[in-house]
Design a protein around this ligand. Structure first.
Ligand code: V55
Ligand code: FE
Length: 488
């Protein structure tokens, strides 16, 4: 019997593993192209202790940083816990001390006021630093070479925001980091901090604005001219938290909003546009300018896709949820502009773009999806239900150009794109695929695919000697970037 609750958040694919391990020269079936050199970092939540709340969720799991290091066709893997104060305190106590997801009122007295960060969402790379992020707290810096935790990161003491998103945007031309934090002034505050760090990682601006309600702002986007903040009516409430309730509840009749401001401008220039009611999204593929019009491409669903973010009187129903890649557009030259919304592509989430397309007009991207024709989804991952296919999508036509599937029992994690050194080559896709053998056993493999031919057999498959827990997000860091960070 597992000491963890027998719920989808802790059983089957989500069974905690908690093993820190290192493997060198993993066996490669096929051949890893010689030009692929660098590190694929992944954020993997893995609760080190059985939760005090039997209804706890995967989003609360202690963050592990997983790293595939690739060079000369050879591959190593390492996975380590991020040494947050929370992880260290619970490790000393040999049990959970913190309570529910994002509800500090449920924590034991001995950890009241301690940083609740679990650093489990995205390994962000900027200016030679690796930051393990979680949107309710500041990031934790991890040494990318040793995977040792350096400590809580505040941009050299410059950052005021108490939180940092897991979804930053890096401009491919200027190298600047665009970032934000919501509940920036503390739990259940409506403050949002928006900041820019230059290519060397120096914080050059931080401004705060108020959001129209207390929503979860998971992602944002930039264009060459604008910073773009879509908001959805999944809200928090301090009184509910004090009563021991959940952080998030989706409001099916609530408005969505799009905030747009010049990316180098003042937050006072933010314009808010009303969007459709009741919809939800966590991830945006990209945003870009077309003349004076700003477009943002959203993995939109008709309701919040996390079953535990619903009101008791409006329970999650996967049968009635719809979704699709949706483009929101506003003409910033029109003082009376209204938001235009249209579906331009298939449903799915965890989209991945070429880094060089960030904030620019783009054509193609990769995205996991769930295809019901392949059978019921594997239970697991943060949502509780996994993707079973990977799509290569053309946003100019809405066409799915190619699809990779592995059949029933396989679960797809978010991929990364690795550019090729040859300009005409589409590059490579790396992704971890988890396989459920039976409810008690699973195995994981890393696949290397040709980015524009993902349905072809992988050019390389690396079977993991130890199963991996489902990841949240990942980040590819090139060998050159790693080398430069050694000299820092
Ligand atoms: C998400 C993930 C989180 C979280 C809130 O992808 C939202 C959505 C892994 O943590 O805390
Ligand atoms: Fe995310």
């Amino acid at each position: 019997m597992s000491r963890y609750p027998d719920t989808v958040q802790f059983n089957r694919l989500n069974r905690p593993i908690g093993v820190e391990w290192t493997a060198r020269n993993l066996e490669v079936q096929g051949e890893i192209p010689a030009e692929i050199r660098g590190a694929f970092f992944r954020a993997v939540p893995d609760p080190a202790h059985a939760p005090r709340d039997p209804m706890d969720i995967a989003l609360s799991g202690d963050g592990m940083v997983s790293r595939f290091l690739v060079e000369n066709g050879q591959i190593d893997h390492d996975i380590r816990y991020v040494r947050t104060p929370r992880f260290e305190a619970e490790r000393r106590a040999r049990r959970a001390l913190f309570g529910k997801y994002r509800n500090p009122f449920t924590d034991l007295p001995e950890v009241q006021g301690m940083d609740r960060a679990v650093a489990n969402t995205t390994p962000v790379w900027h200016a030679g630093r690796l930051l393990m992020t979680k949107e309710d707290a500041r990031a934790y810096e991890v040494n990318p070479h040793t995977l040792e935790t350096v400590g809580r990161y505040d941009f050299g003491g410059a950052l005021r925001s108490e939180t940092m998103t897991a979804h930053v945007r890096v401009d491919p031309v200027t190298g600047e980091l665009f970032s934000f934090g919501y509940e920036a002034g503390g739990l259940c505050t409506d403050d949002v901090a928006y900041w820019i760090a230059d290519k060397d990682g120096k914080l050059v601006s931080e401004q705060w604005f108020k959001q129209p309600y207390l929503s979860t702002i998971h992602d944002f986007a930039i264009t060459e001219k604008y910073a773009v903040f879509p908001l959805f009516p999944t809200l928090t409430d301090l009184e509910r938290l004090k009563a021991g309730g959940d952080h998030w509840q989706h409001e099916p009749d609530g408005d969505s909003w799009l905030g747009v401001m010049p990316r180098y401008g003042k937050v006072e220039e933010m314009r808010w546009f009303k969007g459709p009611k009741g919809v939800s999204a966590f991830h945006f593929v990209n945003a870009f300018d077309e003349g004076d019009t700003v477009h943002i491409d959203i993995c939109l669903t008709s309701t919040n896709a996390f079953p535990f973010m619903h009101r008791p009187d409006d329970p999650f129903n996967p049968m009635t949820m719809t979704g699709g890649l949706t483009r929101w557009s506003v003409n910033m030259a029109d003082p009376n502009a209204e938001l235009q919304s249209r579906v331009i592509g298939p449903p799915g989430d965890l989209p991945r773009l070429r880094d060089c397309d960030q904030g620019r007009a783009y054509e193609r991207f990769w995205m996991p999806t769930y295809d019901p024709r392949l059978g019921p989804p594997v239970s697991g991952g943060p949502v509780g239900s996994c993707f079973n296919a990977l799509l290569y999508v053309d946003v100019t036509t809405g066409q799915v150009l190619d699809t990779m599937t592995r059949g029933p029992g396989f679960a797809f994690n978010e991929p990364v794109h690795v550019p090729s050194k040859q300009p005409s080559h589409a590059g490579w896709i790396l992704a971890v695929i988890d396989h459920e053998i039976d409810f008690e056993h699973h195995e994981s493999e890393l696949v290397v695919l040709k980015a524009d031919a993902i349905s072809e057999p992988p050019v390389a498959v690396v079977k993991m000697p130890v199963a991996l827990r489902p990841q949240v997000h990942g980040w590819w860091v090139s060998g050159e970037q790693l080398d430069q960070s050694k000299q820092r």
